[in-house]
Ligand binder design. Structure first.
Ligand code: ITT
Length: 198
């Protein structure tokens, strides 16, 4: 409980966009430390078969090596017409690296001539506090457009339009995305656990 007691917790991610989003949701309730803030430069291997496995792998890495309270996020884009792909493989869909443009190009090409564009983002957050593991998730339903729109957000945001919206996540303000997104919903559940009386 060391870090939480001091109103700090580690977010085990190397993705600065995720960090920005979660810090914005946290506001001044808690200080979210990044991996570099604690001197961790590892690219934690994500070898799990599910989002749950990978979220736990990342959180355990920090908990076991640094002894700090922490949480980790694993996120996937699940496309119905592709049988749920890219899913847990979303980061490395087109290449070995995190090439968002290549990932989107491959996704659009795999959906060429496909009428069923239904998809969802799913985020699983694993929290380890005082050695106790807990998991929460968040989902947002939507559809994959035929071409990218917008410059904001990251990853697959330019091709994902949430249900009931006229714009993509990449065309939305950060607080608009956070209000309904997979990560926003999972993070709200995380903060309900961390701050049960607020
Ligand atoms: P960490 O594992 O270090 O947290 P990562 O970028 O590798 O960062 P994931 O393993 O969760 O994150 O990979 C998820 C992939 O899905 C990755 O390609 C992201 O760009 C993409 N992604 C995650 N969240 C997203 C979001 O809110 N909007 C659009 N794309 C997202």
């Amino acid at each position: 409980m060391r870090y939480l007691f001091m109103n700090k917790i580690v977010f085990a991610t190397n993705n600065s966009h995720k960090l920005d989003e979660v810090r914005q949701i946290a506001g001044d309730r808690i200080q979210i430390l990044s991996l570099s803030d604690i001197g961790c430069t590892a690219d934690i291997p994500e070898t799990g078969a599910t989002l749950e496995d990978n979220a736990l792998i990342k959180a355990r890495y920090v908990s076991e090596r640094y002894g700090l309270d922490c949480f980790a996020d694993d996120t996937g884009l699940e496309v119905d017409a592709l049988g749920g792909a890219p899913g847990v493989h979303s980061a490395r869909y087109a290449t070995d690296g995190h090439d968002a443009q290549a990932n989107m190009r491959l996704l659009l090409s795999n959906l060429k001539d496909e009428h069923n564009r239904k998809a969802r983002f799913r985020t699983v957050i694993a929290l380890i506090r005082d050695g106790q593991e807990q998991m929460v998730d968040g989902v947002v339903e939507g559809e994959i457009l035929t071409e990218p729109h917008g410059e904001g957000g990251f990853g697959y945001d330019p091709v994902f339009r949430p249900e009931g919206w006229q714009i993509t996540f990449a065309q939305a303000a950060p607080e608009e995305k956070n209000a309904i997104s997979h990560r926003g919903r999972a993070t709200a559940k995380l903060f309900d656990i961390l701050f049960p009386n607020s």
